[in-house]
Design a protein around this ligand. Sequence first.
Ligand SMILES: *Cc1c(COP(=O)(O)O)cnc(C)c1O
Length: 464
Amino acid sequence: MPLNHLPTAELQALDAAHHLHPFTDGDALNAKGARIITGAKGVFLTDSEGQEILDGMAGLWCVNIGYGRRELAEAAARQMQELPFYNTFFQTSHVPAIELAARLAELCPGDLNHAFFNGSGSDSNDTNLRMVRHYWAAKGKPGKTVVISRWNGYHGSTMGGGSLGGMKGIHKQGGLPIPDITHINQPDWWSEGGDMTPEDFGLMRAQELEAKILDLGEDRVAAFIAEPVQGAGGVIVPPATYWPEIQRICDRYEILLIADEVITGFGRTGKWFGSQTMGIRPDIMTLAKGLSSGYIPIGASMVSDEVARTINSADEFAHGYTYSGHPVAAAVALENLRILDEEGIVERAGSEIAPYLAEAWESLGDHPMVGETRIAGLMGSLAMTPDRERRAKFAAKEGTVGLICRERCFANNLVMRHVGDRMIISPPLVISHGEIDLLAERARRALDETFEEVKAKGLWQAAE
Ligand SMILES: *Cc1c(COP(=O)(O)O)cnc(C)c1O
């Protein structure tokens, strides 16, 4: 391929000089230089040195359809020529937003028949936060303002999204969480379950929701928000007892259930939505990422008939984004959904890809560094530990070993992310069996190299 850009070192220098990266230690990155990604096809990225990298993370959990689908580019180009922008604020609408809302109503479970469009997942959760409070005020219960969320959940990094999330590192900066958001513990049995069975632990963690509602008073609680499977928190697959109990509690008390499906939507867990995999009936669903397979930014809050009826009959909901329902983004999302459906990509992800990936992933469980492997559809996690029996953490600062492993993966042309000392994957849904074999082979090599490096650096030690 002809070189269509500056040499890597010059790009890196410009990047260091002018580009502030999200969620990045700038000095550390600039000292070594970013790896520059220049192209992608299927499940492979190409960098500025011509290396091919297997993308085990589908970009950032979003490129469900795989890279290089010309149809999506064409849909964008067509729409840009037809109508590049118009707003939906002032008694107007347009074809792509209408068609996308109607298509989402068909695809989403239950009576989630109404879409409020946003620019991203974070925006969507900000919308949800304001909407549930507006909803309860409209129903004559303005005291119901508190949203309950979970420690180590991720709901974005805006003021609202970052507050709803339960990441202490995010809360530390910028004065979060904002008022009337409170957190309960996550259902992470491997790290926090002690001597309990996963089933008992799952129930106990779900019942924290009930205790919190009773503590605050039902008349104060607006909603509970959670990811069907926590993504950024480390792909925490909850014990089977967890979600049924959460659903029971949400049914029993008058609170809305918000399923943040930004990752779990659009086939990630092997069904169209994680709510279907987990057997829950949310009142609101947060969508983004896979909605457009990441080809263009777009998010949506899908709401039930009841929520929509209440919002529509209340005073104007004073909320919206210039780009809510952006016609180009909506057209690309529609084309993405058409392909996911017509080519049977979601269907095959569940029936053929997920079982094969699970076997490959679980086969890594015999590696001396691996404590557990968990997988739900096409999102998987493995915990590294110096003592599998005790499920012990490393003595070194959490994330030290994870970072080494991520670097070893990258050096082996595999993108696998680390969260603390867990390694996680979330490949494009179109990954083939052969590519899964390659992923597992590179992951094992990276684990071997990590093991050597950890021992050589004296890090092979359990915390007390
Ligand atoms: C990524 C993510 C978000 C935030 O979406 P952005 O598009 O990055 O704002 C929200 N919720 C979940 C579950 C996510 O994974």
